[in-house]
Structure formats: structure tokens, C-alpha cells
Design a protein around this ligand. Structure first.
Ligand SMILES: [Zn+2]
Length: 177
């Protein structure tokens, strides 16, 4: 079930903001990734400082994310905690008449009647951009692969090899079923 009150924080009602700079704090936790499911991220604890600079013509959304995300280790398949730190800036402004969408992903064109902007997709992409290619416990200070899991995986691997070498399986394989 989507937690409406929790997700309300990502709706930025910019129309209410004064000209100049305003600050927000947003919190990303497990609920965020229960809605925006991701195969790699199972949990998160990320604080976001969002600074919005508003003038007559456009707004600058400056995000600074710090915290941790929970991933799965490539080797032992157990959970690992990966620190994240991301800074991104987006410019938002109202589109002119018939103006085509911007090709710059950091330039967001808003419909003329817009009064708020939902930053969930931005936040999702910023956090996802922090997922490393290689996810291994040993790469992170103080984290180690689960030895019991490694032993299990090794035993499982051996088992698999044994069955493929078993001559009875070889015979079965040749049968045209
Ligand atoms: Zn591991």
C-alpha cells in the first residue's frame, strides 16, 4: 500500500515558494523502493537536502543525497550496505508556446498551468546512478561475505558438476524425448 503522506514530501509546490532560495529535506527509505521497485536496491536510508532557487524565469533544484542503500553481494548473495553520495542540479521552467521537450535531461520544461513538480523520478534516478557495477562485500570497509553462504554455494556448485559428469545423466541426455 502506498503511503500517501510519506510520498507527499516529493511533491514540490513551487508556486507557493517565495523568490530566492528555499530549503527542503526529503527522506528516502524502504517505502520508496516498495513503490519504485528496483531489482538491485532492496532498501535505502538516504537523506536529501534540496535547495530551490526561484526567480521570475526559472527554478534551480539542487539535490544533495547522502546515506546508504542495500544491495545484493555478487559473490555470497547476501545483503550489503553501500554508501551513496550524489549531487545533481536541474533547471525547471515553463515551456513557451509549442516548445518541444528539452533534450537536456537536466532541463525540465513544465506545462504553463503547472504549480507543483513531483521529484520522485529524479530521486530514483539519482539513487540508481550510485549503484556500483561491482557489488562485493570486501570492497566496503567493515563488510565481509557470509562464510556459511559461500560454503553452501560451493557445495551446490560441486553438486551440479557431479550430476553433469554422472554417466547416467549422459545416457539420458542422448535420448530423444
Ligand atoms: Zn558477499
Amino acid at each position: 500500500m502506498e503511503d500517501k503522506i510519506y510520498f507527499k514530501q516529493f511533491d514540490i509546490e513551487f508556486v507557493k515558494l517565495p523568490l530566492g532560495v528555499s530549503g527542503f529535506t526529503l527522506e528516502v527509505d524502504k517505502r520508496f523502493f516498495e513503490k519504485h521497485t528496483n531489482d538491485e536496491i532492496s532498501d535505502a536510508d538516504v537523506d536529501i537536502r534540496l535547495q530551490i532557487e526561484k526567480n521570475e524565469r526559472f527554478m534551480r533544484f539542487e539535490f544533495h543525497l547522502t546515506g546508504n542503500i542495500t544491495l545484493t553481494c555478487d559473490i555470497c548473495l547476501e545483503k550489503l550496505v553501500c554508501p551513496v553520495e550524489v549531487t545533481e542540479t536541474y533547471t525547471l521552467r515553463k515551456a513557451e508556446n509549442e516548445e518541444p521537450p528539452s533534450e537536456d535531461e537536466h532541463m525540465i520544461l513544465l506545462p504553463p498551468e503547472a504549480y507543483s513538480y513531483n521529484v520522485e523520478q529524479m530521486v530514483y534516478e539519482m539513487i540508481y546512478s550510485a549503484v556500483p557495477m561491482r557489488k562485493v562485500h570486501g570492497d566496503f570497509p567493515g563488510q565481509h561475505c557470509d562464510q556459511q553462504m559461500l560454503d553452501l554455494l560451493e557445495a551446490h556448485q560441486k553438486n551440479k558438476v557431479d550430476t553433469t559428469c554422472d554417466p547416467r545423466w549422459e545416457v539420458l541426455k542422448d535420448l530423444k524425448l
